[in-house]
Design a protein around this ligand. Structure first.
Ligand SMILES: [Zn+2]
Length: 416
């Protein structure tokens, strides 16, 4: 398939760099009004003024896209999803509408455990097929990299099956997106270990970590009151780090517990959710360079207060935005709605929002060297909007204004 392409007549805007943009830097996008991008074999050779575009040898191997004066941005990175799961939980959604809380449903055996029961009965092939439906829709919204977590197995065999499903998707030569795997065996304490959290942590350390080694780039944990509290989280994450995994945490989502501080202490790549982060946690994460991955669709769905994006940015931290697509607390992978909520309710500027969904999302999955900006040497993950002005993105509340999506040099979605 052709992955060499020349894009002309673009209004190109992109963050710059090969690491997360922090604090005030998040607002700065590099814009070229009449730009061209040359992509050879899936990699950007040139991104800059069309007037300075170098001549290519063997022009016949390049396809040509005239952007028609429309805005061109880096592809989006959705750096926090639970893409692989069995079953659905519409009944719980209705219970919550009637006043049940997410944690009370979880405590009586619903919630994550309900998806675990369904996931244990599905084949890897069926799980992957189901996830592809979401991937196709994500691609159409401009996502070119997605992180996918295990964590609905909570036993070694099913966690491996979920990672197998992710690998089937990631290694499919026709796959539209780049997929990054995260091991989340510490998503909940399974019913078999109810009241014996420390023993489940022992099992993860002694059996699961060696089994999933090489199949996941990250190790993640749901650090929460009455789930994995700080001491269990620290013990597990230290073992994961020693085993060679990079770290992520679901931190301070439901109550203020100190997950953000722990993420900073352990040098995690990201801490995610952070609705109830303490001021100390914000400061510690900023100082340690831990990416704050904020998930406004989850706050919206659970009717919870939004995470303090401004506090993070104004403290000099790097903020990423992601969807948290999952069958329970947030059954949405909507990038357009994420953008709108970030701007309307989290008081992020559109420039900060774009940075959060591109280079900072890439940093949150440790891929800022490869993607997240339009620069020479990076993979050609590029989106073309249907408008000349990226400031239209949040104005289209919940509607998709991405026209063309290019992933590693291949056109993977066309919306016109
Ligand atoms: Zn999550």
């Amino acid at each position: 398939m052709n992955n060499s392409v020349i894009i002309t007549n673009a209004v190109m805007s992109t963050p710059l760099g090969r690491s997360a943009r922090k604090g005030a830097d998040m607002a700065s996008l590099h814009t070229v009004e009449k730009a061209a991008i040359v992509v050879t074999d899936g990699v950007i050779d040139y991104a800059g003024p069309q007037s300075d575009m170098p001549a290519v040898t063997d022009e016949s191997r390049y396809s040509h896209i005239d952007a028609g004066g429309c805005a061109v941005l880096p592809g989006f990175v959705d750096s926090h999803t639970h893409l692989i799961f069995g079953g659905y939980r519409p009944d719980e959604f209705e219970w919550r509408l009637k006043g049940d809380s997410y944690m009370s449903i979880m405590e009586r055996g619903g919630g994550i455990q309900s998806t675990v029961n369904a996931t244990r009965t599905e084949s890897a092939e069926a799980l992957a097929r189901k996830a592809q439906w979401f991937i196709d829709r994500m691609a159409a919204m401009g996502v070119t990299t997605v992180e996918a977590k295990s964590g609905y197995g909570l036993d070694t065999a099913t966690e491996l099956k979920m990672l197998d499903a992710i690998d089937r998707l990631a290694s499919d030569p026709n796959q539209k997106l780049r997929i990054v795997a995260t091991f989340l065996g510490a998503h909940a304490v399974p019913k078999e270990y109810k009241g014996r959290t420390a023993e489940y942590v022992d099992l993860m350390i002694s059996e699961m970590l060696p089994a999933v080694k090489g199949k996941a780039r990250f190790c993640d944990i749901f650090t929460e009151k009455n789930v994995f509290e700080i001491e269990d989280s620290r013990r597990f994450l230290k073992a994961a780090r020693e085993a060679g995994f990079k770290l992520k945490l679901h931190a301070d989502e439901i109550v203020t517990l100190g997950g953000a501080e722990l993420a900073a202490e352990l040098g995690a790549v990201s801490a995610d959710h952070l609705l109830h982060v303490s001021d100390q946690g914000v400061e510690d994460m900023a100082a340690a360079g831990v990416v704050a991955t904020l998930l406004p669709l989850t706050a919206f769905t659970l009717k919870e207060p939004y995470a303090p994006a401004r506090k993070f940015i104004d403290s000099g931290a790097a903020v990423a935005l992601a969807t948290d697509l999952n069958p329970g607390s947030c059954f949405s992978g909507s990038i357009p709605l994420t953008i709108a909520l970030a701007c309307i309710y989290m008081n992020m500027t559109i420039e900060e929002t774009i940075t959060a969904l591109t280079i900072n999302g890439a940093a949150a999955v440790d891929l800022a060297e490869r993607t997240g900006s339009l620069e020479q040497g990076k993979d050609a993950d590029i989106i073309i909007l249907n408008t000349d002005n990226y400031r239209m993105l949040p104005y289209y509340v919940g509607m998709n204004c991405v026209r063309t999506v290019i992933s590693r040099g291949r056109v993977v979605a066309k919306n016109d």
